[in-house]
Design a protein around this ligand. Sequence first.
Ligand code: SF4
Ligand code: ZN
Length: 761
Amino acid sequence: MSRYIAQSAIRGANNIVRETEEMLDRALAEKGADTKIGFPNTAYFLPTILGLTGRQVETVGDLQPVMAQVKTLLHPIPANNRWVPYLGETLDSGVATLLAEESLMALHYLYGQQPEPLAGFHLAQGTGAFTSPEYQAGDGDGHLNGAIDDIQLRSWGIQLVDGRMPGFAAIVGCAKSNEVAVKIVRELQQRNILIFLCGNVNGRSIIHQLQEEGVEMGYDTYIVPFGTDTLSAIYALGFATRSALTFGGMKGGQAREILLYNKARVFAFVLALGEVDDLKYATAAGAISYGFPVISDTVIPQILPTGVTTYEHVSSMPFEEIEAKDDLERAEKLVQKCIEVRGVKIKMTQVPIPVPYGSAFEGEVVRKADLRVEFGGKHSRCFEYLYSLPMDKVEDGKIQVLGPNLDTVQDGGAMDVGIVVEVAGRKMQKDFEPVLERQIHHFVNGASGVQHIGQRDIAWIRVSKGAFEKGFRLEHLGKILHARFHADFGAIVDKVQVNLFTNPADVNTMLQVAREAYAERNVRLADLTDEAVDEFYSCTLCQSFAPNHVCVVSPERLGLCGAYNWLDCKASFQINPTGPNQPIPKGMQVDSSKGYWAGPTSFVQQHSHGSVEQVSMYSIMENPMTACGCFECIVMVVPEANGVMVVSREDTSMTPAGMTFSTLAGMAGGGLQTPGVMGVGKYYLTSKKFLSADGGFKRVVWMSSILKQTMAEELKRAAEFAGDPDLLDKIADETICTEVPDLVAYLEGKEHPALVMDPLM
Ligand code: SF4
Ligand code: ZN
């Protein structure tokens, strides 16, 4: 650690702590010590403060002891004649800086200064690739993102866990040019690295640069603009801290464990663009404590590695000195350097198409104004169908467009497209066809400027003008599918060929064939019951974050993240026999109604490292399955109503339990067994085995309205199976009530069946 950096960082820390104290004094005087403060939608209070000090800050007054502790971490600025290593002092200053910055940001929230306003800004947010583009045409409210909420943290969780999203890059400052700024984020997006943006150089931020270039920013595009000041870098560290608390099962105050967890498991780095001032050095020192290296594109006095981060603490790669033919290539090399310095191998699938490709583009929306052509939706038909053939019937890499291509459609128009994928492989099984077919959604969505919604015969694909101008045509859909099926499913697929039908008559014929196959699959899936199979599957993917959690996945109970059902696990086991999905022979049945078998019990005992003794498949009251942090819904008993409520991850409102999803998640997660509380995948609600030991679907007395809306058909069938076709109408939601007495009154008025069922407790 050079003296220069130490001096700057320590000076920066002293300054920001002073500024925070002044602001705190003002808030104490103007608002009072008891005034509530905090970030929106989080159960982790001020997360960095919670993680590193164990303090739960809820009021302005709670910040006083925090600041007292911060001051013990400050050091005098080292004199010019001192030569000892200043690492300890610098890192202390870094931590002090983070704690002060988070306090200051909470005060800014209190004064309505966060999230930061930015004229003409629109956040691409909160809807994801499954929503119709027509619902997303909002203008935004002209604010940057501010702090990341727990909902988003969890919805990224599964991708962070399974490695689809390797980690995050915190970019601070401003790039040499707009072009370079765009190139840097595109390079990161192609590697699925989450991008956090903050800071400025002389008032100009990379956020302005991207805004000017029309780059969509928001949760949906993995580019999160925190704020144009350095302070908002604290949101990235708050995110890192919460990863350890949410997925690593750590408690507030376990500072050392939290920092080590991040160093070992969270792939992150800081990229400082442009001049680095004292506050940036001080904040960077905080990031270094987490094991995140800092890479700067300007000259910085060099520092040698000493073990806090895996490689160097701070590396500088002066932009102008990077050997390359132009700035774009320099940007590319800068990103490569960052990845090397953090030391993680990133798998990138080369997809030979004329637009950038990576799953970071999955959330992109093609709006009406940008639309070149669409398939499916209101004005045309689109379907996708994948099936297997014998080896000699498939010619690998053959892609045919049978009928007119995109050029024949006028701007903003629509055309019929049938995507028929034929695969062959020695290990291919008929059961895998739907599993593979469902990947088409993700694969196609990865192309920048192409949006994919739905599946089967309700697929809907939109191609933007930008993608079209770059040369994107129908055959590129085939190229994407060919490349990705080989890359991701090479263990079961040896050959892939794709036919793209565009003549309406052909689309008609092939659609009939596809529909027969869909119908047959539905029947086969319906036959797939827990009784009908000999083995369940484990999923221990989340153990990288939640070390004692095991999902037991059966045909009638999918993984709690919603991403893995029994067939997926079976296919995954074929692809990777030593991977996270192992067959669990059911063994002797111990209790059919509660769902105890000898096999799952011993598997869970062993793989939870002894922390779970028994697991029941069908009960929430007795030995319920544990949860990591990625559940789609939380089911929780409401004793007064003799039933359960189901809260969806997207629902931020209050629930009858007196807690929001964020707070409940803290009780449901972490790999612990908590009778009465369970994290589940939302499709488990529609299973015949849903809480079957406790009375089934009829126990549901309250449910987030978004579930009622988005799963109307499926839930109706579940209600019919439960013997009460009008059940949905009897189930309350947050628009009806959020208090127990109102809930009970509503249930009584509707004569909800739970009221007369056997007592739950
Ligand atoms: Fe994690 Fe369970 Fe989903 Fe596997 S099935 S990824 S363990 S939540
Ligand atoms: Zn998980």
